[in-house]
Write a protein that binds this ligand. Structure first.
Ligand SMILES: C[S@@+](CC[C@H](N)C(=O)[O-])C[C@H]1O[C@@H](n2cnc3c(N)ncnc32)[C@H](O)[C@@H]1O
Length: 342
């Protein structure tokens, strides 16, 4: 197996984790230059019909800033600008792809909105993004996951074909893609995640109920966008019903006894750091009321969303011995694409 083949089979994680040892090995063989900057994912373009579906599912508009990680010929960011009026940029390790993408942006008349840079996606500042797009590999997605989860709540992440393991997508569609693999045709999966606010911990507030101030304390646990928990009202704890988190928008309900009678509570709000503001509705035999509602976080706890080390290790080892399936999927895509494009 040649050096190029080895480096394509290595994920960014493996690439960086093993850089020291491999640099030594490759240095000894005199092939360090071929190793540096080698893309961890081969170039296979997303069919244009899938690009359009990705942008549609992400609901891209003129207010969006789209960043494509591994941008190839630039088609995703260029389409986002031309068809949806968005701004953004793409990064790719391959200088030929960057030159091609910038030329395509000029042809499309969108150089005032988009640009392409030769840069490692792992070294790219993503803080400006409202939408991240990618067509990478499951293992690369997994390595990016902690950084994506730290983006502004509400940022949308769209991935072509590859998921994020146990971080379930908010939307998943499968579509026929006639142009896939350079025209052979195939199925494409499009996944969308909305970055959830970090809400784990204890939240407190008070409401005036039947002339008395009633104190509430909700304790939330969080795994990605999935939340659950209980509320303490007057010394009794009840489970939250229908807790839901999408970006920074949160809602939940419960029925708890207040002043000796059961009262149904429903809350919706927007999370802004350590506070939530929104509205509350209470309904019971003695109370029917709507309130403006705000809660403060009294104690923060960590969300349970770190990728299991065993999973990263497993995929890293798989890369080395070539037993994993995801890279063969993409390699297979590449071979089919290259055969068809010749
Ligand atoms: C499968 S292609 C996707 C191209 C484009 N996003 C699309 O969907 O049409 C993956 C691209 O990622 C680039 N790439 C791979 N590893 C990268 C890295 N670490 N940093 C930046 N680009 C990378 C490759 O050069 C390739 O152009």
């Amino acid at each position: 197996m040649d050096v190029q083949c080895i480096s394509q089979r290595l994920g960014a994680g493996a690439r960086r984790a093993g850089r020291g040892a491999l640099a030594f090995l490759l240095g000894t063989l005199g092939v360090v230059d071929a190793w540096a900057g080698e893309p961890s994912v081969p170039y296979v373009p997303t069919p244009q019909e899938v690009v359009e579906r990705m942008l549609q599912i992400a609901k891209v508009t003129t207010t969006d800033y789209v960043i494509d990680l591994g941008s190839g010929d630039g088609r995703i960011v260029i389409t986002a600008a031309k068809k949806h009026g968005a701004r953004g940029f793409g990064v790719d390790l391959n200088p030929e792809r960057i030159a091609e993408a910038n030329a395509n942006a000029a042809k499309a008349g969108v150089t005032d909105k988009v640009a392409f840079y030769q840069r490692d996606l792992f070294e790219t500042d993503l803080s400006e993004a409202t939408v991240i797009t990618m067509y990478l590999l499951p293992r690369v997605n997994l390595e990016l996951r902690p950084r994506l989860l730290d983006l502004k709540p509400g940022t949308r992440v769209v991935s072509h074909d590859f998921s994020m393991d146990e971080w379930k997508p908010d939307v998943h569609v499968q579509m026929d893609a006639r142009e896939k693999y350079g025209g052979s045709g195939g199925k494409s999966d499009v996944y969308l995640w909305v970055i959830p606010a970090k809400v784990a911990g204890a939240w407190r507030w008070q409401l005036p109920v039947s002339g008395k101030r009633q104190a509430y304390e909700v304790t939330l646990t969080q795994r990605f966008q999935m939340i659950s928990g209980g509320v303490n009202v007057g010394g009794r704890t009840v489970k939250l019903q229908n807790p839901r988190l999408r970006g920074g928008e949160i809602s939940f309900g419960f029925t708890a006894e207040v002043n000796g009678a059961p009262v149904k509570h429903e809350f919706t709000g927007k999370v802004e750091g350590e506070s939530i503001a929104g509205s509350a509705r209470l309904s019971g035999s003695r109370v029917q009321a709507r309130f403006e509602w705000s809660a403060r976080r009294a104690a923060r706890s960590a969300a349970n969303d770190a990728p299991p080390a065993s999973l990263l290790l497993l995929s890293t080892n798989e890369e080395f011995v070539g037993l994993g399936s995801d890279k063969f999927l993409m390699q297979n895509c590449l071979h089919k694409y290259e055969r068809k494009s010749q």
